[in-house]
Ligand binder design. Sequence first.
Ligand code: NAD
Ligand code: TYD
Length: 365
Amino acid sequence: MSSVDQLNFSVPRRTLLVTGGAGFIGANFVHHWCTNYPEDRVIVLDALTYAGNRSNLAHWEGKENFQFIQGDICDRSLVDQILQTEAIDTIAHFAAESHVDRSILGPAAFVQTNVIGTFTLLEAFLQHWRAKEQPEHFRFLHVSTDEVYGSLNTDDQPFTESTPYAPNSPYSASKAGSDHLVRAYYHTYKLPTIITNCSNNYGPYQFPEKLIPLMCINCLLGKQLPVYGDGQNIRDWLYVGDHCTALDLVIHQGLPGETYNIGGNNEVKNIDLVQMLCQLMDELAVDLPIRPSQELITFVQDRPGHDRRYAIDASKIATQLGWTPAVTVTEGLRHTVKWYLMHRSWWKSLLSKQYQEYYNKVYLS
Ligand code: NAD
Ligand code: TYD
């Protein structure tokens, strides 16, 4: 499913610190990097919150070029120590509190990890970069979201890199704050930072409370498929493998101080996406308690402040770095549904008491 063929340049060896590498996109990125650049070293720093899962990286454990460190990005002395002892030259920063619904229930953790954590990494990396006499190849890649741009109406043009920030949820506000800090460290100190703002990712290893895995799993459990509001909200869906290919290009060829939007060219209404998932489940799953799955669709109370539409104009990364998404939503959803069907023990182990408590708070209160 990946389009690594797009990456036909010569690459220097790197030592990467991947923050949040045990989460959804981070783990896919580690798989991508370790597979394509076995000469590089990858150090993962992850606090293993509810969303982090060390088993996502099991394939690389014990390999010479891979190391996992459990810890918090807000822990400055730990970050300093890793940067120095591992001789890190590249930070790929994924660690974050990432779920809008959780940010509505408890925003404090979002400010702590997303703002203070990013600030801690920037300070530590600045000191480290200066101590090494500011090598040119150092990079700080900050992985952010299109949600910082706010909400679009149906007829609005998609977000470009110069769309003004207008975040509407505690999650997107905290990501916007971190983006501003990352930008400021380039402009003030010339620290070689790059920001990417991407649309909704989907694919293997996504935690079961996000829309696509939640719907797949609820179909298999015969539970309601809760669609917020009227189901007409629009998201642009980006296959996670395509996202990793884009981040790879940005690290190797992106310009410090720049922002790149990354989108999937796949705008879909939520209700249409859920219908597509139901059809795939009916076709691919042999053991559904309720069939057809669409009987489980239930419209529930809308999320407070629910953004209506996100859409990305990804022409900058297309023209400047030659990246375009390779996976259509039809292919990507089929692959993803098959993955959840074949990895039942993976997601079943995540349906803990805490998951149930979270679920009840969001859907049953
Ligand atoms: P995720 O919630 O699946 O994973 C986050 C990871 O960060 C987890 O492994 C968690 O344990 C770790 N983490 C959280 N707090 C930490 C801390 N204080 N110190 C160290 N590690 C910590 O998130 P994801 O979906 O993989 O998203 C990764 C990044 O991409 C985030 O920055 C998110 O804002 C951004 N993003 C995600 C999407 C999406 O659709 N998932 C879209 C746009 C941008
Ligand atoms: P989500 O995966 O939480 O991503 P985000 O809010 O960051 O876009 O949700 C994607 C869309 O699906 C969003 O419009 C909210 C909607 N949604 C539902 O309708 N029901 C659900 O149970 C969930 C989790 C999301």
